[in-house]
Every structure is written in C-alpha cells, then in structure tokens.
Design a protein around this ligand. Structure first.
Ligand SMILES: Cc1ncc(COP(=O)(O)O)c(C=O)c1O
Length: 440
C-alpha cells in the first residue's frame, strides 16, 4: 500500500463538524483500513475505537462487502426507483424487513441518517392527515437528542450548538427533558435506576399542546452523539405507553443502535419496545456506501395506499433512494453480519467491556462512566475556562498512541467494530488508561 500519498492542499475541503484551522495545522490523515485498524499517511496502524463514525460494525474492508459493491458497479451502476425499479432494491428490502423487529414489513430507502429522520417526520404528519387527523402536525424531540443536520432533524434535535446558528428552524416543535442525571446515576453500569418518571414529561407537553396537535415523538433509544445517555430503566416503555394513549407515533431513531451495537439486531429489541417507525443508516452498509432506511409497520404504510391506484402515494423520495450500489453493499453487509454472528456478538463481549470501562473510575477528572452493549463513555469535569478542551486533548493523545476515540464536548465515547477481540479491547483500555493518567 502506498502510504506516502498526501494531499497538496488541505484548504479546498471545508470539513464538516470540524475545527478546520486547527486540524489543517496538524492533520490526522488515513490512507487505508483493514478490519480493526486504520492506516495513517505516516504508516501507523491505529485501532478504530469508534467504528469509523459508529458505522463500521463489521470492521474495515470486509471481502464480502467489497465483492458485492465491485460486482454491482460493473453490472448495474444506477437505476432509479421512481416508477421503476431494479431487483437488488427489492432483495435488500426483503432482507432488511426479515431482520427487523416484528411488524416492520416495509422499508423506505434514503441516503443517510439525516434523510431517514426527515422522511420519518414527514411520514408521520402525512400519516395522520391520510387518516383524517390533519391537525396532528407537531413534532416532539428531546433535549440533547441528535437527529442529523437537516432542518427537521435539527429542529427536533436538542444540542444547542447544532441549533443556535440556524434561525427559527421548523415551527411546531417541542422537546422532552433529557434523561442525564449525574447526581443520581453517576457511574451506573448499564441502564440507570433513576429517571423513569422523566417519560411523563410527554404528558406535560400533551397538556400544553393537546394530543390532537401532536403527530410524533422522536427519540434515540440510546442518545449516542450527545455523549452516550442511556435511558433509565423502564423509560422507553413508559414513553411508548403514553404515545399509544394519545395516538402519537413513536419514532425510534436507531441510526446508531440498529445493526448489533447493543447486542441485539435493533435497539428496540434490546429495550422491548415496539415503535411505529424506526430510522436507520450507518451500519446498514457497514459505512461503505451512503444508505439509510426507514422501517414502518403495516398500519402506517397502508394508510398511504387508499388513493387512486394510478397516483403516487407518498410525494417524497431521493434520486438515490435504493441506489443499486448501496443495496449491494447492504446485502454484502447483512451476509457478513449473519455469517459471523455480529448482530448478537456485543452481548457476549458486554460483561468484559463493562468491567474494563468501569475500571477507569478514579482516574483524573473522570466524573462519570457509562456503558451499554459495546458502547462506553467517559465524562470529564470540564475546565470552566475551556469547555471541551480536556476531552479533546485526550482524544489527540490517544491518536498519537494509535487509538482512535470519539470526542463530544467533555465526553469521550468508545464503540469499536463488533469484531473486536479481547486483546484489542485490552489494547484500547490500556492505552486509554495511560492517556488519562498522564494527560494534563
Ligand atoms: C441518532 C442519529 N440520527 C441521525 C444521525 C444523522 O446521520 P447522518 O450523519 O448519516 O446524516 C445520526 C448520526 O450520528 C444519529 O446518531
């Protein structure tokens, strides 16, 4: 592999969600990847402790996926799915609904998590209208939620930095309180004991707006991008029950929790909930080709099938919805997950993972440790003068020691590919411990 390749100029690419000037002064560049590792332009092998961006669940450059994509590129490069189709998209859809929780018999394809969220939000409002409940138009998100970066997703999202620059966003949106409570739940292993009653916050919003105006509630089963907030025991089930009571659709945003991250195929399986819509992306193609999928139950799908048969039933879709290459990547990915038992492997690793992540307790500045499935997070006391800097410095030090972790504010999240070995878990935590012991 040619590890010498370097871009001549880093200025042309305006990097997303990045401190561009700082990065370009001291770049971190990859030129290759293989299974658990990235390869840097200076020839180092860096353990991927973040599955790329929570998406490379089967590890990098896996042969079945590479082969499926290559073959597809040479056979059928593009075919649209508006009023026509191709065989791969139906094959991918069938494979996906067979894997999904019970009742999710239909899937709508998008190209990203953000697009899956927009699709789900629009679908929810249109569903109620199709059922004759045209006043149900409000959307409820949650503080600290992350649902991508398009207008709807930003509006229902609850991370202040992602919202404040972008004006009034979308009208008719409100938010549940978040579930993070360090005073009661710090250093909990798995699901926190306290906070089930926070689901009742939905009753407060119903009292304020009236159920007749609310279309849907969207939450992440585990709020990962904001720094891994694990729902209190019973919280999601209670939220589901309140949605049912008021005919409000529940959207589980499983862009991260679908495809094995918690040790079950979907996060909804893990928590025993049955939402109306599940949004996915990322792990659906193991991060190889952009792809998202919105899973819906019969009642939702069928509500759109009542107009004249010659008419379009849902005026929504993307040029690349169900792109042949993405469908091939999905099929290669599902083959890999299934053959290697990866959708349940996190459950086997979880006890050891939990033991190692909680052994970080007591290291300098650590104020909380959280874990679920093959996810861990460490929260640091912020330096009041420079919030986020403490975790950022640790992230850079980890990278220098050949470990990639994910920093959000003063939190570092860990979520390696589901093929990780015990030795690699040891490398990850030994390196991380050393960094936490020695960093300023
Ligand atoms: C829960 C959730 N929803 C939506 C998104 C947005 O996905 P994308 O970046 O593919 O648009 C993410 C990305 O991290 C996510 O975690």
């Amino acid at each position: 592999m040619n590890v010498q390749h370097k871009p001549n100029d880093l200025g042309a690419f305006w990097m997303p969600f990045s401190a561009n000037r700082q990065f370009k002064a001291a770049p971190r560049l990859f030129v290759g990847a293989e299974r658990m590792h990235y390869i840097t332009n200076d020839g180092r092998r860096v353990l991927d402790g973040t599955s790329g961006l929570w998406c490379v669940n089967a590890g990098h450059c896996r042969p079945k996926i590479v082969e499926a994509i290559s073959k597809q590129a040479a056979t059928l490069d593009f075919a649209g799915t508006f009023q026509m189709g191709h065989t791969r998209v139906f094959e991918a859809a069938n494979r996906l609904v067979n894997l999904a929780p019970k009742g999710f018999n239909h899937v709508f394809f998008t190209n990203s998590g953000s697009e899956s969220v927009e699709t789900a939000l629009k679908m929810s409002i249109a569903y109620h209208r199709a059922k004759g409940n045209g006043t149900k138009v409000r959307l409820i998100g949650r503080e600290r939620g992350y649902h991508g970066v398009n207008f709807g997703g930003t509006a229902v999202g609850g991370i202040a930095n992602n919202r404040k620059m972008f004006g009034a966003l979308v009208a008719g949106v409100d938010h549940l309180r978040h579930t993070h409570d360090l005073t009661k739940n710090a250093f909990t292993k798995g699901e926190p004991e306290h906070g089930v009653e926070l689901a009742d916050d939905l009753e407060r919003l119903v009292a304020l707006h009236d159920a007749s105006t609310i279309a849907a509630v969207i939450v992440e089963p585990v709020a990962c991008s904001t720094g891994v907030l694990i729902p209190p025991k019973g919280y999601l089930k209670r939220l589901e029950a309140i949605c049912r009571k008021h005919d409000i659709l529940l959207i589980a945003d499983e862009v991260i929790t679908a495809f094995g991250r918690l040790g079950t195929p979907f996060g909804s399986d893990y928590f025993g909930i049955s939402p109306d819509i599940i949004t996915t992306a990322k792990g659906i193609t193991n991060g190889t080709i952009p792809m998202g999928a919105v899973f819906v139950k019969d009642h939702l799908h069928d509500a759109f099938m009542n107009g004249p048969e010659w008419m379009i039933d849902f005026f929504h879709g993307y040029t690349y919805s169900g792109h042949p290459m993405a469908c091939a990547a999905t099929i290669g990915t599902l083959d890999t997950y299934e053959e290697e038992g990866l959708l349940t492997r996190a459950a086997e690793l979880a006890p050891y993972w939990q033991e190692r992540v909680h052994a970080l307790k007591g290291l300098p500045h650590v104020i909380d440790i959280r874990n679920i499935g093959l996810i861990g997070a460490v929260e640091f006391a912020p330096d009041p003068a420079q919030p986020g800097k403490r975790a950022y410095d640790r992230f850079v030090k980890c990278f220098e020691k050949n470990l990639l972790v994910r920093q959000t504010g003063d939190i570092i999240a860990l979520s390696p590919p589901l093929i990780v070995s015990k030795d690699e878990i040891d490398f990850l935590f030994d390196t991380f411990t050393e960094v936490l012991k020695t960093a300023a």
